[in-house]
Write a protein that binds this ligand. Sequence first.
Ligand code: ZN
Length: 270
Amino acid sequence: MRTGSTPAIVLRTREFGESDKIVTVLSRSEGKFTGIAKGAKRSRRRFAGTLEIFAHVDLAYRQKSETALCFLERAILIRPWRRLVTSLERYGAASHVVELADKMTADREVGDEIYALVVAALAQLDERPPSATTLRLFELAALAASGYRQDFERCAVCRDTLCGGGLRVPFSGTGLVCRRCADREQGGAGISDAAVALLVRLQAGVEQGFPSDDTRFDATATFADEEAIEADTSPRLASELRRAVATLLEPHVRGRLRALDSIRALHTAG
Ligand SMILES: [Zn+2]
């Protein structure tokens, strides 16, 4: 029997039977895993309403073997989010963050960078007015944390320096390609020079979190220039960036991302 405890973010939950809950978390030391919280719906002492989506908890668990179902013993709230559920916009953005983290990671794949990024992105969405720039920085940093670091200054195929005009983001998700290589890549969409300039600034933000020397990964540094980038992003450029980064993400995400679509549909309906 193995027992342990780890800080974690609740990615999703579902009711199980009369009083239990099945909970999937992204943890700092054990990666993503799913466990059963026996009596979660009744026990105020062990869980006290902590097993809800986005919750940042310190989780105690018990497991018989690597393959057996994990039992969640107790959860203590590390930090309450005050605003994430107070508006549809914040809730939608936070849902996108946890959904992306869920669909980009495999069970027990340990990587404390992605965990730290999710915590930093949720904190950002809780503290500041939610912005599309927060989500783009998170998406590009999540790609980098998963080994798909982008370089928007060089062609992803021939590695030549990109110098504007006729650049494309192919559906293969390889990255930005130059006009010459674009002819050989299948599908994808053209991208304006103004959007490429913003991608370069977003990636510079991501690089601040992943310093090239041996200093530790700092997820909050990722969002340091968010306000300045947001101020220079028109609504038209914002949707161009959303589509471009979505194309880069697609090959690395299991299934379709739904959180933002459903929130957008609600806005249109309302
Ligand atoms: Zn090229």
